[in-house]
Design a protein around this ligand. Structure first.
Ligand SMILES: [Zn+2]
Length: 149
């Protein structure tokens, strides 16, 4: 395959109190060949996801690498499972608040109608309101219906 042989180096790592064997470093992080990462301590983002976890703002502590079937090398950051945070589940309440936020963005602040599209921030109101404002703004200043009172 022509891949360069990486030297085995013993170094201090984040997941053990003892120096561990690695294949050197990649981007300043301990580099581990596939199969070397302790499965109970380290996980890639994809593996975290399977556990219902996410990095939660923590930086990776190591890099996993391997070779694809075509011989290309791949790298994947490894995170400490102990530091990972639970993935936020999409509860009915979360769906509702997202739907609410989307509805709010579609609602025109002038006429209050859900226009079915995001109100352009440049206009600050829906298109019919913008047009109505441009056409009748002056005549509406004194009230839409002069005979109402
Ligand atoms: Zn409107």
């Amino acid at each position: 395959m022509g891949n360069k042989v990486r030297p085995v180096i013993q170094m201090t790592v984040a997941w053990s109190q003892y120096p561990e064997f690695t294949h050197g470093t990649e981007g300043g992080l301990p580099l581990l060949p596939r199969g070397w990462a302790p499965k109970t301590l380290l996980a890639t983002v994809r593996q975290l996801k399977k556990l219902g976890l996410r990095p939660g703002g923590h930086d990776p502590v190591a890099v996993l690498y391997g070779y694809s079937s075509k011989g290309g090398q791949w790298f994947a950051p490894l995170y400490l499972i102990a530091r990972a945070k639970p993935m936020l589940p999409m509860t009915p309440n979360r769906w509702r608040s997202i739907a609410k936020a989307n509805t709010a963005r579609r609602c025109c602040p002038v006429c209050g109608r859900d226009r079915g599209y995001i109100i352009p921030p440049s206009l600050g109101m829906c298109v019919p309101c913008t047009e109505a404002g441009e056409n009748t703004n002056a005549s509406n200043e004194n009230g839409a219906d002069p005979w109402a009172a």
